[in-house]
Design a protein around this ligand. Structure first.
Ligand code: HEM
Ligand SMILES: *[C@@H]1O[C@H](CO)[C@@H](O)[C@H](O)[C@H]1NC(C)=O
Ligand SMILES: *[C@@H]1O[C@H](CO)[C@@H](O)[C@H](O)[C@H]1NC(C)=O
Length: 331
């Protein structure tokens, strides 16, 4: 906040004070020091709850990272994904991408409770989720970055947005890229952020089609390594076992590294949406090779793209609210 005020004084000197007011009231950009005075211990609190949850269950890092993505792609990063159904709200938790799949809500509840105790009514659920995604990445061994803050929470959810805006694992490369572009993200963001699949799990139902009948010809996907496919079929039968879990990166499933890209180069990407980064677009394929070769560049691009994704149409100023409980609106 001090920096913001200094910035305002600076703008006043240039007789640009109105610009400053419009930033404060109508939603200016997010900035890292947003809670420095109103909740100075915020980042320590978030970190300690996330660290405990991940220590108990390493997969939680993946689940929290994904939750932030599913939040930002639906009406911006406004914690809409966290709302339960009630009154006129139809929860996004029922959507195709989230049903029987999205998880980590209890951890967000625990962070929010701890933050409310320290600084009541101050910190948005959307900012908590953004910080939790960064901490999860770091705890799994990935890159660190500074998180811009100041998002506010939505007072509604969008089931149709969740169904339509979040890419599906059997979408074509073009469809997935289009869905990213609609959110202001580009091909570098797409390939770098897909690297989140270096941690976490997928259910059998998300990739079964590749194992048995990829194009309606009764044949498995010919861009999937056949020995790997045979191994996957043992626990992902043609029917049944929909919820059986498989690691997205079979080499280092809980470590945030660049093996995801090396797997794709070996035709061992688990999801169709992973493998198409190599097989359907030359520019994306070049990025897959770059990240497989150079983990530092992957980490830099991932961090940069996470900040970009976190900036998708945030609510600021006086729009939305600061929820007291992340699962429901205040009134
Ligand atoms: C590019 C398009 C993407 C598609 C089609 C996609 C699709 C999927 C699917 C189908 C799963 C498995 C869900 C299940 O079966 O329960 C999954 C898991 C996951 N996704 Fe994505 N995803 C995409 C991009 C992203 C992005 C941008 C991120 C984060 C930056 C992300 C993070 C994750 C994580 C961490 C998991 C594992 C979650 C867990 O274990 O709980 N994904 N994704
Ligand atoms: C993709 O998967 C969905 C859900 O399982 C299915 O309804 C749809 O037909 C699939 N699309 C293609 C092109 O295979
Ligand atoms: C594969 O899918 C096609 C079209 O969905 C279907 O007509 C065919 O019967 C399936 N083949 C097998 C072997 O399941």
């Amino acid at each position: 906040m001090a920096k913001f005020i200094n910035f305002c004084v600076f703008l006043s000197l240039l007789t640009l004070a109105p610009l400053c007011f419009s930033m404060e009231n109508n939603g200016g950009p997010l900035y890292p020091s947003f809670y420095d005075h109103s909740c100075p211990r915020l980042q320590e609190i978030v970190w300690s709850v996330v660290a405990n949850a991940v220590a108990k269950e390493p997969r939680m890092a993946a689940s929290l990272l994904r939750l932030h993505f599913h939040d930002c792609f639906v009406k911006g990063c406004d914690a809409s994904v966290l709302l339960d159904s009630s009154g006129t709200i139809v929860s996004e938790k029922r959507s195709n991408p989230n049903r029987n799949s999205a998880r980590g809500f209890e951890v967000i509840d625990a962070i929010k409770a701890a933050v409310e105790k320290e600084c009541p009514g101050t910190v948005s659920c959307a900012d908590i989720l953004t910080l939790a995604a960064r901490d999860s990445t770091l705890l799994a061994g990935g890159p660190n970055w500074v998180v811009p803050l100041g998002r506010r929470d939505s007072i509604d959810a969008s089931l149709s947005g969740s169904n339509n805006n979040i890419p599906a694992p059997n979408n074509t490369f073009q469809t997935i890229l289009t869905k990213f572009k609609l959110k202001g993200l580009d091909i570098v963001d797409l390939v770098a952020l897909s690297g989140a699949h270096t941690i976490g799990d997928s259910r059998c139902t998300s990739f079964r089609q590749r194992l048995y009948n990829q194009s309606g010809n009764g044949q498995p996907d010919n861009t999937l390594n056949q020995a790997y496919a045979a191994q996957l079929r043992t626990r992902c039968p043609q029917s049944g076992g929909d919820q059986n879990l498989f690691v997205l990166d079979f080499v280092t499933p809980a470590k945030f590294d660049n093996n995801y890209y090396k797997n794709i180069l070996a035709f061992k990407g688990l999801l169709n949406s992973d493998q198409v980064l190599l097989t359907q677009n030359a520019e994306a394929a070049k990025l897959v090779k770059l990240y497989a070769d150079n983990i530092e560049i992957f980490f830099q691009h991932f961090a940069n793209s996470m900040v970009k994704m976190g900036n998708i149409t945030p609510k600021t100023g006086s729009s939305g609210e600061i929820r007291k409980i992340c699962r429901r609106v205040n009134h």
